[in-house]
Design a protein around this ligand. Structure first.
Ligand code: IVH
Length: 727
């Protein structure tokens, strides 16, 4: 229905719609807010769905402004589905973004009792707690299979709700969260001024089945499992849809708190229960590894009776002061671990093997399976890793699956563990069809026909096509725009394929720099405008150009990660960015590091966490002319932002390079190092001219001598503890 038709049909509303906000009565205001909520939601739906929007951005903004003005005059009338509750909604991708006050972390995994014992061993070593001297109390609780949510309360009122996103920035789903019964919008009196509660949104099995039955009756697509149903229901642009979905929430953690009212994990979670949150009744406090494992095995038995999906248990160090000492390693806390339940398994038939070519040219075989349900999810693809894996040879050259090879037509056993890609773990030789042949791995790239070769000691076969291989180029671009890299909204895998296949003069994209000339080329093109192409319209084209424009400046670590250098993942990109601080310093150092024995090479290797493989890969990347050319072209369009230097505060070791040597008695080496890094220092393993400070314990030998020879300041462990703010 066009806007004018709507007006013709609703003369009364039209009158109201034209009335100045100051002239509205309470009743009129309520009906205006109702109309505006419905109208804005409808525009949102049209805008975000494949349909073209029917009003201009300016008209849309005018509707939102009117809504805000009425709400400002009549605050008691704010509706739960008010468009204003979707604070900062970015029309480009539906939800506004929220930067988490404290990052939302993930968890390391344990897959066996042994892994859990190792975890506790690591805790002891880090904290220097002898098994005889004391126990480390742990909490054990189910790992809910849903999606995590962070709720922020200010002065007791719910002010925002955000999904995890990439851990740093999530999606604003406040309006939706308000519709979930388990989530209080108001906390009792006396809670701290700022409270961030974190937990899991999930769906009960009964509710899931009922919802799917309802959707099936309506002829809509059903959800594959309760987790997808929970995610799909929370991420609705219209909060009223979320309200109609039976979502629940368990609180199990917290983010920013203006005051932490308890000393232990267990008491904190009970406190969240007192404040009105649902907490899991199966949470236990345990004083030994054996006790947590007992809880694990008991819950594993009861798993099917819980009524909701869990995929393991989570163990956390109970004392919050110990948690603080343990801290984090990249994205996961040292003080917690997820103990996963064993993977689900099923038999099916291998219909085909497809070869995919990755961004570094690696040929990866993918199993095309007869679809089969494993643990509630339909699986039709599985990874086959590489040529050797198909032959029955493991990563260390050992025999796997009893040396059985995998052939097309075989009946295979597959396993799926949580969010890990399914794998083929066995072959049923009794069912092998007569006349089947061992699979012959291609030696030519299926995308460009170049030779695909295996380097000495490598299991992976790689296409040698480099620049001429379209598959590599496409995958590189997909990586470049991906979430942890340039994160360009509206430019996903599908769109990369689309632009890659267009001729350059018609808006093609072949390399990263082309992305940033797209709008310009589109404007210059007389006929082939993006907005006129199938599947695109005025708004989606404009949104894409705006999303690209918004990435003319990106943080240095994202820029480095986006280049897709082998072995340089998110973590290594961060290490490099932090160490070098700016693109120019980094690029200069990498070119210099190409010289054998150079100081730049030594410095690169000396970065804690950067090993020889990574260092070599980065240097090789810079040694290639075509890489340097692609980067120069990109740098004409994009500026990597210098790494923000952390605030030195009153840290005496900020920006300094420290070396620990000899044995430390009060703090483990790992803890000392973690503390030093938290205070902005770099920790190095060897003493050189660049060392600023050496902390020497008993038994220090050659490093201490070298430090003394070089005239570097040396202090004792006690001095260090005092410097680090006590032990
Ligand atoms: S604690 C700092 N506890 O698991 C620790 N996480 O694999 C943060 N999850 O992103 C998480 N149940 O979505 C914690 N009882 C529980 C959990 C739980 C489910 C999820 C959560 C997290 C993911 C990590």
């Amino acid at each position: 229905m066009s806007k004018s038709e709507q007006q013709d049909n609703k003369p009364a509303d039209t009158d109201l719609a034209a009335r100045a906000v100051e002239d509205l009565t309470l009743e009129e205001a309520a009906s205006e807010l109702e109309r505006l909520a419905a109208e804005i939601a409808e525009h949102d739906r049209r805008y975000h769905g494949e349909d073209a929007p029917e009003i201009s951005d300016a008209d849309y903004d005018a509707l939102k402004r009117r809504n805000d003005a009425i709400e400002a005059r009549f605050p008691t009338l704010v509706r739960s589905d008010s468009p204003s509750l979707r604070v900062g909604t970015a029309p480009a991708d539906g939800f506004g973004k929220v930067t988490h006050a404290l990052p939302m972390l993930s968890l390391d995994n344990a897959f066996s009792d042994e892994d859990v014992r190792d975890f506790v061993g690591r805790l002891r070593r880090f904290l220097k707690i002898d098994p005889l001297a004391g126990t480390i109390v742990l909490t054990a609780e189910p790992k809910i299979d849903g999606l995590s949510l962070s709720l922020r309360y200010e002065a007791g009122r719910l002010v925002s709700a955000a999904t995890r996103g990439d851990g740093t920035v999530g999606e604003n789903v406040t309006a939706n969260a308000r519709t979930i019964g388990d989530i209080p919008t108001q906390l009792p009196d006396g809670v701290p001024e700022i409270v961030e509660v974190r937990g899991e949104v999930y769906m009960h099995h009964d509710d899931f089945r009922a919802l799917n039955a309802r959707m099936e009756a309506q002829g809509t697509r059903v959800f594959a499992n309760p987790r997808n149903a929970a995610a799909g229901s929370l991420r609705q642009l219209n909060a009223e849809v979320t309200r109609s979905r039976p979502l629940r929430f368990f609180a199990y953690a917290w983010g920013e708190m203006s005051e932490v009212p308890c000393d232990t994990q267990y008491d904190m979670v009970q406190k969240l229960g007192d404040w009105g949150f649902s907490i899991n009744s199966r949470m236990r406090r345990c004083d030994s590894v054996e006790a947590v494992l007992d809880v694990y095995h008991a819950i594993e038995e009861d798993r099917a009776l819980l009524g909701y999906d869990i995929d393991g248990m989570v163990y956390k160090v109970d004392r919050l002061d110990l948690q603080a000492r343990l801290g984090f390693v990249s994205r996961a806390p040292r003080w917690a671990i997820a103990h996963k339940f064993p993977a689900e398994k099923a038999f099916t038939v291998l219909n085909d093997i497809e070869i995919q070519v990755g961004r570094t040219g690696a040929l990866t075989p993918v199993a095309k399976l007869e679809p089969v349900t494993v643990g509630g999810v339909v699986v039709s693809n599985a990874t086959l890793h590489n040529e050797d894996y198909i032959k029955g040879i493991g990563a260390k050259g050992e025999e796997i699956r009893g040396g059985k090879d995998i052939r097309i037509g075989d009946t295979v056993r597959i396993q799926r563990a949580g969010d890990v890609i399914p794998q083929i773990i066995d072959v049923d030789l009794d069912k092998r069809p007569d006349g089947s042949k061992a699979y012959v791995f291609p030696t030519l790239c299926p995308a460009c026909g170049s030779h695909a070769v295996r380097e000495e000691g490598e299991a992976v076969r790689r296409c040698t096509g480099g620049l001429i291989c379209p598959a590599q180029a496409k995958e590189k671009l997909k990586h470049f725009v991906s979430r942890l890299a340039f994160d360009i909204d509206g430019l996903g895998d599908k769109q990369v394929e689309f632009f890659f296949d267009l001729p350059m003069e018609e808006g093609g994209i072949r390399q990263p720099a082309d992305i940033f000339t797209l709008a310009e080329r589109d404007a210059a093109s007389p006929i082939k405008k993006l907005r006129n192409r199938d599947g695109w319209g005025e708004t989606s084209a404009a949104n894409l150009f705006a999303a690209i424009e918004a990435r003319r400046e990106v943080p240095l670590n994202r820029f480095i990660y986006a280049l897709g250098i082998r072995h340089v993942g998110e973590g290594n990109a961060k290490l490099l960015a932090r160490h070098y601080g700016s693109w120019s310093a980094f690029a200069k150092a990498m070119e210099a590091a190409g010289e054998t024995g150079s100081e730049a090479w030594a410095e690169l290797l000396d970065i804690d966490g950067v090993g020889e493989t990574v260092a070599r890969a980065v240097v090789e990347f810079f040694a290639e002319t075509h890489n340097r050319d692609a980067v120069s072209a990109l740098l004409e369009k994009v500026t990597p932002e210098d790494m923000e230097q952390a605030d030195p505060g009153d840290s005496p070791v900020f920006g300094k390079t420290l070396v620990f040597t000899g044995s430390l008695e009060k703090m483990s080496r790992d803890e000392a190092k973690a503390r030093a890094e938290a205070m902005g220092a770099k920790v190095s393993g060897s003493v050189s001219k660049k060392t600023d400070l050496v902390i020497a314990g008993p038994g220090a030998g050659s490093k201490l001598k070298k430090a003394t020879d070089l005239g570097i300041e040396v202090i004792s462990e006690d001095d260090w503890i005092e410097m680090a703010g006590g032990g």
